[in-house]
Each structure stands twice: as structure tokens, then as C-alpha cells.
Design a protein around this ligand. Structure first.
Ligand code: ATP
Ligand code: ZN
Length: 441
């Protein structure tokens, strides 16, 4: 048999085995969720390390800071990791590998192809599968001694305390303000230390909140950031290893708290940047703020609230659709623009207003790229392109149909050219409505 054919055969067999593994894990997670009490798992803890544990953790046992005492502390502990994405993947993997006895995982999402460059607990075979199911599969392969509890839900005010109660510590590995405040407040109410991380583009941060007299998240950030100031990976991008660095450090802080070493340290905020030299700097934090709304002397937030309302956006509102152009006649759908583009007689200008990095990834044929933030600087070029149209229309396009609306406002109001229309839903819409082979990013 030729080797090409054999490779295809082996790949097909492997894919069947992987699918079966995911199916088994799915059923197991669902059954275990029914008896999901952390205390039941904890009752299994024993005084001594087993032979298997000594063999597995021997290199760690040799470290005086851990030793058999620290290893038992890890084994007898339960940690909840909220979010099994860029931060949660390395964090959960290391916690399981190092011997944390019980790990709870919360996520409501499924694995996407664009997650794989950084969410290293998931594999290509798991695309489309629940993230917690996929993560449980990864963890149980790595260390079957670790008991994994799957919470395949969106963490919100109605379920957070119930899910978090009973764990010794919570890791925030999520990506949105509403969930950060929710987790923080629930940790304060349940008196749980919180190891919090964040990572976007080339930068990351790490803090341990609500621990040993230190501040909570609200002590530092009493009011949420403006909605458009919250960067997330799908909009701004992230270098794969950056959440890897922060997620690993989160796992390290968890070990310190669980083995009692963290108690000797002052609270601080660690800031990481790919570009700066050295890469890390640390800022000392104040202790708990007596006027804090949740952990202060006279708390005003005594129950979990509506965090989407508090922050102005919820966990699923990462890319809101802006409504800048009220007049529908100033917008065309992707299907309508496709008709224009397919008509060779229809003279027009297609103006792509995304930044150059995005334009480089993919673009529609015959488009002129002038990023919206260069409009003032390249105004002559823009006006020249419009003059050459002899009154024919300009269509503006961007990734989702948000910036392209601002471009229409600019061209109509500042350049006084009214034959200008925005392509609603942008290139994402183009991929859905017109060309499913157009690259999505
Ligand atoms: N309230 C929540 N409940 C459960 N899971 C949450 C909640 N908020 C965020 N998450 C999860 O936290 C994880 C954060 O991962 P990450 O920041 O790497 O982004 P992502 O959402 O997976 O990817 P991208 O931003 O590229 O679409 C996601 O898997 C997300 O589903
Ligand atoms: Zn506080």
C-alpha cells in the first residue's frame, strides 16, 4: 500500500478514536455533574501520599517549599477555574499536572478553530465541542488522579454562588468586565481568594484578590471601564504565548495560596509586556478599602447584582453592532453590494477602512484601503479617488459594518460627497451571505 493512502487511513482511524473519547467524556461530564459536590470529592482525601503520587510528583516533592506537606495540601484542595480559554487552558493543565485534587471548570462556549493557537488544552478534533468537555478530556489524559468537575454553563448571578461554594479558591480566566465583577463579588461574599489574570495583544496582568487582608477587584476598580475601552482577543488579537505566560503564573499563585506561602507577601499587581525590557514589573497594592461597596466596612452590595447592566455589556456582547447611520438608505446589504460588484458596468469605489494588518489578511477584489484613522492624513488621496468617480457611488466596508458607518459620516459631512453607502455587516456578513469561502478571522 502506498504511504499516502496509509496516512489517510490512519488519520481517519485516529479521528474516530478521538470522537469516541469526546463522546465518552461528554456523557461522563453530564453524569458527574449530577453528583457535582466538591465535598464528596474531598472526603476521599487521605493523610498520606500513595505510591503512585510519590512516583508522579517526585520532582516536586524534592522542593522544600512543597515537600509531602505541600503536595498533600494541593491534593486536598479544590480549585474552580472560570473560563477554559487562553488563560484557563495553561492554568488548568498545570494545576492538574501538579496535583491539585479537585478542579472545577466553568465555560459555556464551544471550541472554535481560532482558539487553537493559544487555548492549548483543546485539540483540533474538539472544534465545535463544549469547552469544558474538551478540557476535561485533556486533563484526565494528563492526570487521572485529578478529579474534574464540569460546569458547562454561563456563570451569572443566578448560579455563581451555588457553583463556587465549597471550592477553596477561584481562578478568573475570563475575558469580560461583567464576569470579572460577578466573580469578585461572589468571592468576597463566600470569602474565597481570587487569582485573577488578563491578557490581550502583547500584554498581560495578574493579581490575587480578596486574600489575607488584601483588596478585592472593586477596591481597585470601583466603577467599570467604558464599554469601548474593554479590549478582547477577537477584536484586538493576542499572541498565543501571552495568555500562556499569565495562565502559568496564575497556576503558580494558586500553589502559593494553597500551601500558605502567599500569606507572607504584600498584595501586588504584576504587569507583563512582550515589548518592555524587563518583561515584568510589579506594583504594590493598597490593602482593602474600608469604603469598598462589596468588601468595605459598610457594604452596599450584599447580593449579586445584574452585572451586564452594571457594566453596560454582558459576557456575550463582545462585538456590539453600532447604529450610527439612522437612515437605511445610506446602507446596503452584502447581497446588494454583490450585485453592484458583479455588474461590470456599475462604476464605483469600494473603500476598505480597516487597518493595514487586517486588510493584509483578506480583502474583496478591487478595494482601496485607507484606514479610517488615516482619513485626515490621507484626505488628498481620498478626494482624488472620489473625483475620479464622476459622481458614481462609494461603498465603504470594514470587518463588521461598524467603522464603515463612521466612514460614510466622514465622506458625506466632511467631504460633502453624498453618493456614499456603508456595506452593512461588513466582511463577516459577506462570508455569511455571499461567499462562504471568504476567510473569516
Ligand atoms: N460568564 C461566563 N461564564 C462562563 N464562561 C465564561 C464567562 N465569561 C467568559 N467565559 C469564558 O472565558 C473564556 C475566555 O477565553 P478567551 O479570553 O481566550 O476568549 P474566547 O472567548 O475563547 O475567544 P475569542 O475572544 O477569540 O472569541 C471563554 O472560553 C469564555 O467562554
Ligand atoms: Zn473591595
Amino acid at each position: 500500500m502506498d504511504s499516502g493512502k496509509r496516512i489517510c487511513e490512519l488519520k481517519a482511524r485516529l479521528s474516530c478514536i478521538r470522537n469516541e473519547e469526546l463522546e465518552i467524556m461528554n456523557e461522563l461530564c453530564a453524569l458527574e455533574a449530577a453528583e457535582n459536590t466538591v465535598s464528596a470529592a474531598k472526603a476521599l482525601a487521605e493523610d498520606k501520599l500513595s505510591l503512585e503520587e510519590i512516583r508522579r510528583y517526585s520532582r516536586q516533592l524534592l522542593i522544600p517549599e512543597i515537600g509531602t506537606k505541600g503536595q498533600r495540601q494541593l491534593r486536598d484542595s479544590s480549585v474552580l477555574v472560570v473560563g477554559t480559554g487562553g488563560l484557563g487552558s495553561p492554568c488548568a493543565l498545570y494545576l492538574a499536572a501538579m496535583g491539585v485534587g479537585t478542579l472545577g471548570l466553568v465555560d459555556h462556549d464551544t471550541v472554535d478553530y481560532s482558539n487553537l493557537h493559544r487555548q492549548i488544552i483543546h485539540t483540533e478534533a474538539a472544534c465545535g465541542v463544549s469547552k469544558v468537555v474538551s478540557a476535561c478530556t485533556g486533563l484526565s489524559r494528563l492526570n487521572p488522579l485529578c478529579r474534574v468537575r464540569a460546569h458547562d454553563v454561563l456563570l451569572d448571578s443566578s448560579n455563581a454562588k451555588e457553583i463556587m461554594r465549597g471550592y477553596d479558591l477561584v481562578v478568573d480566566a475570563t475575558d469580560n468586565a461583567a464576569t470579572r465583577y460577578l466573580i469578585n463579588d461572589a468571592c468576597v461574599m463566600l470569602n474565597l481568594p481570587l487569582v485573577s489574570g488578563s491578557a490581550v495583544r502583547l500584554d498581560g496582568q495578574l493579581t490575587v484578590y480578596n486574600y489575607n487582608g488584601g483588596p478585592c477587584y472593586r477596591c481597585l476598580f470601583p466603577t467599570p471601564p467604558p464599554v469601548d475601552a474593554m479590549a478582547n482577543c477577537s477584536e484586538t488579537g493576542v499572541l498565543g504565548v501571552v495568555p500562556g505566560v499569565i495562565g502559568c503564573l496564575q497556576a503558580m499563585e494558586v500553589v502559593k495560596v494553597l500551601t500558605g506561602r502567599k500569606a507572607a507577601e504584600d498584595p501586588n499587581l504584576l504587569i507583563f509586556s512582550y515589548k518592555s525590557q524587563p518583561h515584568f514589573r510589579s506594583i504594590k497594592l493598597r490593602s482593602r478599602k474600608p469604603t469598598c461597596a462589596v468588601c468595605g466596612d459598610i457594604p452596599t452590595v450584599k447580593e449579586l447584582v445584574d452585572y451586564a447592566a452594571f457594566c453596560g455589556s454582558g459576557p456575550n456582547d463582545n462585538a456590539p453592532d453600532w447604529k450610527i447611520l439612522d437612515d437605511p438608505s445610506q446602507r446596503v446589504s452584502c447581497t446588494e453590494y454583490n450585485r453592484v460588484a458583479s455588474d461590470s458596468m456599475a462604476k464605483h469605489l469600494l473603500l476598505d477602512v480597516r487597518d493595514e494588518v487586517q486588510f493584509d489578511i483578506c480583502s474583496l477584489p478591487n478595494s482601496l484601503n485607507i484606514p479610517i484613522d488615516q482619513f485626515d492624513q490621507r484626505r488628498d488621496e481620498l478626494e482624488q479617488a472620489i473625483r475620479e468617480l464622476d459622481g458614481a457611488p462609494v461603498y465603504t466596508v470594514c470587518r463588521r459594518g461598524n467603522l464603515s458607518q463612521l466612514a460614510v459620516v466622514y465622506i458625506r459631512n466632511k467631504l460633502g460627497y453624498n453618493q456614499c453607502y456603508d456595506i452593512a455587516k461588513g466582511l463577516v456578513g459577506w462570508q455569511h451571505e455571499v461567499d462562504s469561502d471568504f476567510p473569516a478571522y
